[in-house]
Design a protein around this ligand. Structure first.
Ligand SMILES: CC(C)(COP(=O)(O)OP(=O)(O)OC[C@H]1O[C@@H](n2cnc3c(N)ncnc32)[C@H](O)[C@@H]1OP(=O)(O)O)[C@@H](O)C(=O)NCCC(=O)NCCS
Length: 176
């Protein structure tokens, strides 16, 4: 699906090297809940064979820049149940030289539009560490509002951080 700047598309097994590299970059993972390290072979297997196809409860999409077709990150809507119509959003852009150019804002807006229009979600939620200013600014810009504050739930470099919970209702999405 197309935004103004990015294209969102299904992930391919050949994306494994990029995903593996981003997951091992401390700057990219600074505010992300990271898993234990995985080998390139494990990430390749996960993308190619183990992961089930995109479905209502878990939609994982690569973020490509329209101008040069470069894969720069991914977005995910997960945890949705038809009875509730609420999904959680994650985004990370692993190619750091593409930061600060509006790609995250456009990718978040585009996947939210997909969630509301195609999946008929009622609400999209997320959590973010407030120190991650670029992320919460992008979320605010497309209409997410802060709904709560979880005290000391994220640990990094020997310190605990709070997280904001944010939410966006169908009809609240702000267009570019
Ligand atoms: C956070 C992240 C998604 C932002 O992506 P991005 O493409 O650089 O964001 P955008 O260019 O759309 O910018 C969003 C807003 O943040 C601002 N911003 C960008 N970089 C910033 C920085 N380093 N510090 C403060 N604000 C910054 C932009 O100016 C913009 O705000 P504005 O429109 O009000 O001026 C990206 O840096 C990333 O993936 N980081 C690693 C993973 C991560 O932290 N994911 C989010 C977890 S909740």
């Amino acid at each position: 699906m197309l935004g103004d700047l990015v294209r969102l598309r299904a992930m391919e097994p050949s994306d494994a090297e990029a995903l593996w590299r981003w997951n091992h970059d401390p700057q990219v993972m600074r505010w992300m809940q990271d898993n234990h390290p995985q080998s390139l072979a494990q990430v390749t297997r996960w993308l190619g064979e183990e992961r089930t196809r995109n479905e209502y409860g878990d939609v994982l999409l690569g973020v490509e820049v329209q101008a040069d077709d470069k894969l720069i990150g991914l977005v995910r809507l997960h945890g949705a149940e038809p009875e509730l119509g609420i999904a959680e959003l994650d985004i990370y852009l692993g190619e750091k030289n593409y930061w600060g150019k509006g790609y995250a804002t456009d990718a978040v807006r585009t996947v939210c539009r997909y969630g509301f229009d195609k999946m008929r979600l009622h609400k999209i939620t997320l959590t973010v560490v407030p120190e991650n200013e670029a992320a919460w600014r992008a979320y605010r810009k497309v209409g997410f509002v802060q709904e709560g504050r979880l005290r000391e739930v994220f640990r990094r470099d020997g310190r605990w951080y709070d997280q904001y919970t944010m939410g966006l209702l169908a009809g609240e999405l702000i267009d570019a």
